[in-house]
Design a protein around this ligand. Structure first.
Ligand SMILES: [Zn+2]
Length: 163
C-alpha cells in the first residue's frame, strides 16, 4: 500500500503494539545559537547589523532581511549589536490557555517588544504590577531568570516588566 492509497475499511488497518526509539535534535542555527548563548551567558539580547543597509535586526540573523547579504558570523564583533535592556511594548494580548489548550492557573499577558535602533523585536511574557500601566507604547524592561536557572532558551528571559 502506498501513501496515496486511502484506508476506507478501517478494520483492515493493523496496529502493532510496542515502542520505537525516535531521536531528534533541533538546532537553532548559527545566529540563533549566538542569540540564545548571549541570553544565557551575558544577559544580552543579541541582534545583527548589516553594514550595507546600515540597519540592526533583532533577534540575531545570519542574513540581512533587506539585501540578503550574509551578516558574517553572528558573533563577529563588527556584526554584533546588543539591544538595550529597555524596550517598548507595541501590542499585547491576554491568554487564558496554554499551547495544548489547557486552562492556565492565571491569565498571562503576551506582548511584542521592540527596541530603539533595531528592526524586529521579541514576543514574550509581559508583567505589569499595575494593569493600568499595561498599554501599547509602554516602556518595558527585560528581567532575566537567575543565572543558575538559565538553559539557553528564550525563556532565560523571565518576562518584560512594564515600567
Ligand atoms: Zn542589508
Amino acid at each position: 500500500m502506498s501513501i496515496l492509497d486511502r484506508h476506507i475499511e478501517n478494520h483492515k488497518v493493523k496496529a502493532v503494539p510496542g515502542s520505537m526509539m525516535v531521536t531528534n535534535l533541533y538546532t537553532a542555527g548559527v545566529a540563533g545559537e549566538a542569540f540564545l548563548r548571549s541570553l544565557k551567558d551575558r544577559e544580552e539580547i543579541l541582534g545583527s547589523y548589516c553594514a550595507t543597509c546600515k540597519k540592526a535586526f533583532l533577534p540575531a540573523k545570519l542574513f540581512c532581511e533587506r539585501c540578503l547579504s550574509r551578516l558574517s558570523e553572528a558573533e563577529a564583533e563588527t556584526m554584533k549589536r546588543v539591544a538595550p535592556s529597555e524596550g517598548q511594548l507595541q501590542t499585547f494580548t491576554k491568554v487564558y490557555v496554554d499551547l495544548d489548550n489547557r486552562p492556565l492557573e492565571s491569565p498571562q499577558v503576551i506582548g511584542f517588544v521592540t527596541f530603539k535602533g533595531f528592526e524586529g523585536g521579541l514576543i514574550h511574557r509581559i508583567f505589569a504590577s499595575n494593569e493600568k500601566k499595561l498599554k501599547a507604547g509602554a516602556k518595558v524592561k527585560v528581567v532575566f531568570e537567575p543565572s543558575h536557572q538559565r538553559k539557553g532558551s528564550i525563556l532565560d528571559i523571565a518576562h518584560f516588566e512594564v515600567l
